[in-house]
Design a protein around this ligand. Structure first.
Ligand SMILES: N[C@@H](CCC(=O)N[C@@H](CS)C(=O)NCC(=O)O)C(=O)O
Length: 205
């Protein structure tokens, strides 16, 4: 299977980390977003949205990181994506929340506090940061409360849900995410950071 990927991207990271965790070999093809390689005709033929990651398995082409994670985890028996309907629905709940809500509060902080200074795109916009911070607290409190008496998001062990939600914390440090008041959340993320698959896909190492 080929993975068209961009290592600094949290969306790439969650798919790549699942493959590493499961021991699935991937033929990695770099799509350099900074060079605009996501807009070449060859790449648009694979993914008309012009985004990474994309998985190619023979004549089957799949884009959207969550779908890629589920497809990868369906290749071999494993506990990341258990067979039973309730576990899968619970994992999908958190993966849906990550795409619809969590990403939306993490991304502006990452962009304003980290990407803008890094790429010399100007100073962080204080109003955007303030609004994003308020919305961040609303979502982080939900995650933190859920993790107060659990080690992982679903059931008793690591699942795809953890990789999905953790991906948006990749730049929590330089993005200055306000995590001080969320001890269970920080403890959970430390467990994810200890995983070899997370370390091997760390764009900041
Ligand atoms: N919902 C998509 C989002 C993918 C996405 O936004 N990828 C970014 C990198 S993190 C990208 O390729 N951006 C290129 C662009 O927008 O030009 C997924 O989960 O795969």
């Amino acid at each position: 299977m080929k993975l068209y990927y961009f290592p600094p991207s949290p969306n790439t990271r969650k798919a790549h980390a699942v493959a590493i965790h499961l021991g699935l070999p991937l033929d990695l093809r770099l799509i350099d977003l900074q060079q605009g390689e996501q807009r070449t005709p060859e790449f648009i033929a694979l993914n008309p949205t012009g985004r990474t990651p994309v998985l190619q398995d023979g004549d089957f082409i799949l884009w959207e990181s969550t779908a890629i994670m589920q497809y990868l985890a369906s290749q071999v028996p494993n506990s990341l994506w258990p067979e039973d309907a309730r576990s899968r629905a619970d994992i999908m709940r958190w993966q849906s929340w990550q795409l619809a809500h969590w990403h939306g509060v993490c991304q502006p902080l990452q962009y304003e506090n980290f990407v803008k200074p890094l790429l010399q795109l100007g100073e962080p916009d204080p109003q955007v940061v303030q609004e994003a911070t308020e919305r961040f607290h609303q979502e982080a409190a939900v995650l933190n409360d859920h993790l107060a008496e659990r080690e992982f998001l679903v059931g008793d062990g690591l699942t795809l849900a953890d990789f999905s939600v953790a991906s948006d914390l990749t730049y929590a440090g330089p993005g200055q995410f306000p995590l001080t008041d969320y001890a269970p959340l920080r403890a959970w993320y430390a467990r994810i950071e200890a995983l070899p698959a997370w370390q091997q896909t760390n764009p900041r190492s």
